[in-house]
Design a binder for this molecule. Structure first.
Ligand code: NAI
Length: 210
């Protein structure tokens, strides 16, 4: 389905959650669900669900509810999960290795093609069957092999520098795990996974009423 109008970031941010719930329903053999039931499971209002899904022409039918498989497929298409992505991971430490070892990413079409590190004891080794190369070869690699997504999993002291190299090679999407905000031009998307900030939010909520 072609999107005819701009969808707000708030809606886009909610789509992966719909996708996850619908995937779980499918796996459980549930083929049809009402917005009311989906809302009870997801703990969001039925009207929010209807509003969100109406952005895409509304896939529900009065009295029938949503066709789970169809909706799952459509949301997958909207999120562009119906194609595969070439990824490169920079930093073969704890986070970098965890990402490369996580089989679900590969299953979902996120294919790690190469890993880069600065540590000579890691260069030439493999993680989950994928070669670790020297970061000094990064520019050459990215110029030669078009890459959709680069994962930054290096210490924050060098993340900026690494990102500059990646951006100068034309990469348009960075998944950043380092705890810094990476400066980037408008045509480059940076999605941050700031675990420490998430933990701080948790702690704030934990102590809110004390
Ligand atoms: P780590 O120290 O285990 O791994 C970092 C890797 O980056 C090392 O293998 C190192 O040799 C490599 N490296 C260093 N400089 C490099 C460069 N210029 N080019 C290429 N590779 C380089 O660190 P870890 O734990 O994997 O963390 C990675 C990033 O994620 C850090 O910025 C850290 O602050 C952040 N982070 C990690 C968390 C965790 O649970 N491990 C939690 C929150 C944030």
């Amino acid at each position: 389905m072609e999107q005819s109008r701009k969808i707000s970031n708030a809606v886009i941010r909610r789509l992966p959650r719909y996708y996850r719930y619908l995937g779980d329903l499918l796996a459980a053999g549930i083929t049809r669900i009402s917005s009311k039931e989906l809302s009870q499971r997801m703990k969001v209002t039925a009207s929010q669900i209807r509003q969100d899904l109406n952005n895409f022409g509304g896939f529900g039918q009065q009295g029938y509810g949503y066709n789970v498989e169809y909706l799952y497929g459509e949301i997958g298409k909207i999120l562009k999960l119906d194609k595969s992505y070439k990824m490169v991971v920079i930093g073969a430490g704890n986070i970098g290795r965890a990402i490369v070892n996580y089989a679900n990413f590969e299953r979902r079409g996120f294919k790690t093609k190469a890993i880069f590190d600065i540590n000579p004891s890691l260069i030439g080794k493999k993680v989950n069957g994928i070669d670790v190369y020297s970061v000094s070869d990064l520019s050459e690699y990215l110029t030669k092999y078009p890459t959709d997504i680069v994962v930054i999993a290096v210490p924050k002291t060098c993340a900026d520098e690494v990102a500059k190299t990646v951006i100068s090679c034309g990469v348009k999407a960075i998944w950043n795990f380092a705890n810094i905000d990476i400066p980037h031009p408008d045509d480059v998307i940076v999605e941050n996974v700031h675990l420490t900030e998430s933990l701080m939010t948790l702690v704030y909520k934990l102590n809110k009423d004390s």
